[in-house]
Design a protein around this ligand. Structure first.
Ligand code: HEM
Length: 130
């Protein structure tokens, strides 16, 4: 199985866990008050759905899907959009890994490494558009 396939399956298991996305945002917002502040006016129940697709695009891109969706996220998150500093994506990834560890019952440290290497190119694509 390729790395991207292993992560795709892990993501499927996480999505069966009802609090996965909620926990992700809880972990992510706990990593910085400045990040928490950015979501103060956000309708979080819509945001959970949006991130569910966003994560899927990140994984599908690693499995060969086109970059278009991630380029759009690069635009919406850049200095003219939500103005997300590039270093915040490291906190995003750590919060994601922490949440996956708690929700995927087949989690291993090897799988964590696979998540990292599948997510990083997509993250680079988004934050390089800052
Ligand atoms: C690779 C990592 C990320 C992915 C896949 C992602 C995905 C998304 C998606 C799909 C949306 C909705 C579509 C859009 O508005 O373009 C969104 C909105 C947003 N994202 Fe991200 N995001 C990421 C990283 C971050 C980071 C690091 C922050 C830092 C705070 C952030 C803050 C926001 C905000 C503030 C919104 C708008 C919320 C609102 O509408 O009120 N995102 N993100």
């Amino acid at each position: 199985m390729t790395e991207a396939d292993a992560v795709f399956q892990s993501y499927g298991r996480c999505c069966k866990s009802p609090r996965f996305l909620e926990d992700f945002y809880e972990n992510f917002m706990a990593s910085s008050d400045a990040i928490k502040e950015r979501f103060k006016d956000t309708d979080m129940s819509s945001q959970y759905h949006l991130l569910r697709s966003g994560l899927l695009w990140m994984i599908l891109r690693a499995r060969g899907m086109s970059d278009t969706k991630l380029k759009d996220l690069g635009e919406s998150h850049n200095r003219n959009g939500y103005n997300i500093p590039p270093q915040w994506y490291d906190l995003w990834l750590e919060a994601l890994l922490k949440t996956v560890a708690a929700h995927d019952e087949e989690y291993t440290s090897a799988l964590a490494g696979q998540w990292r290497s599948v997510m990083l190119p997509g993250i680079e694509m988004i934050r390089s558009r800052y």
